[in-house]
Design a protein around this ligand. Structure first.
Ligand SMILES: Nc1nc2c(ncn2[C@@H]2O[C@H](COP(=O)(O)OP(=O)(O)OP(=O)(O)O)[C@@H](O)[C@H]2O)c(=O)[nH]1
Ligand SMILES: [Mg+2]
Length: 286
């Protein structure tokens, strides 16, 4: 499966990066500068936040699979995050409102996780719109579970057999689990854990149309997951992160020059390159 490229930093930096790296090589003790220069083209760091059980780990795994970013999952240190994705499930609660009040809306998104459990994309969009009205900001529905489906041969065979038999996924889990007889119980439970009812129905629908490989099904389910709606906002965050990181490099260089180290060279670099713009321009992110 192809990843969507969101690498931070313009290729136009290439020249600047070479000059910065040669400067860093001569200043091995300047650790903050070295770190800032090393980070110029590093991946976008995206923290995934939300209440317990909202599907944060699944969103982080889906991000890692689809985008060239570095997700920061629940429990990991999000101090140096470039952007935040806050995952809701169901309706916003007081904890969500409090968490969102602490996030910069220009560098964060609100997702409605587990949207598949609402049963359809129209229902997911409608609920996301209602959540958005309540929160006063956009809410993007996602079905992250569909984006990370890694189906083995046994599961593919089972789904293909269900498609051939024209099996529908009933609303009650127990009915689905029992539908294949005692011999299939455990496999059906495992399938529900991996895809849940909507995902299983989506997979059956795909396989009912034409046979396909596990990789092809994974790609189709990824498309169905809604994850690609994050590409444009993440690109905006990547552009903002590029400016922030350039500014950090400029600030580190200014500190070193102020100590009288390599002053002419640093001033030349600061004035004659895109670093000068980075140091002075106000943030314009959106
Ligand atoms: N139907 C559905 N279930 C999901 C989705 N994402 C996660 N889940 C389920 O929700 C449960 C929690 O998922 P996690 O991704 O670990 O969510 P979390 O917020 O990290 O939750 P905790 O680890 O329990 O704090 C698991 O049983 C997942 O299978 C989704 O997109 N759709
Ligand atoms: Mg988890």
């Amino acid at each position: 499966m192809d990843q969507i490229d969101l690498r931070v930093g313009d290729p136009a930096y290439a020249d600047l990066t070479v000059r910065l790296e040669s400067l860093c090589a001569r200043l091995p003790g300047a650790r903050d500068l070295n770190r800032a220069v090393g980070d110029l083209h590093g991946p976008l760091r995206v923290a995934v936040t939300g209440r317990f059980g909202t599907g944060r780990d699944t969103v982080a795994a889906a991000l890692r699979r689809r985008f060239d970013v570095s997700p920061i999952g629940p429990g990991d240190d999000a101090e140096d995050a470039d952007a935040w994705l806050h995952v809701l499930a169901g309706w916003p609660r007081a904890d969500d409102v409090a968490a969102l009040a602490g996030l910069d809306p220009r560098r964060s998104l609100v997702l409605l996780g587990k949207s598949d459990s609402l049963g359809s994309w129209p229902a997911a969009r409608a609920r996301a719109d209602e959540c958005a009205l309540e929160l006063g900001r956009q809410v993007i529905p996602v079905m992250a579970m569909l984006a990370i489906a890694d189906l083995g041969d046994e599961e593919m065979d089972m789904l293909a057999a269900m498609a051939a038999a024209g099996e529908a996924v009933p609303p009650m889990q127990a009915t689905f689990i029992d539908a294949g007889g005692p011999g299939q119980r455990l496999q059906r439970i495992a399938l529900l854990r991996r895809l849940d009812a909507y995902g299983i129905a989506a997979a059956i629908a795909v396989l009912g149309n034409a046979p396909c490989s596990a990789d092809e099904l994974a790609e189709l389910l990824m498309q169905r997951s809604g994850l690609d709606a994050l590409a444009d906002p993440l690109r905006v965050f990547a552009a903002a992160a590029a400016v922030t990181r350039l500014r950090l490099v400029a600030a580190e260089l200014e500190i070193i020059a102020a100590q009288g180290v390599l002053r002419d060279e640093i001033e030349d670099l600061l004035s004659g390159s895109m670093l000068s713009g980075a140091a002075e321009e106000p943030f314009v992110w959106m």
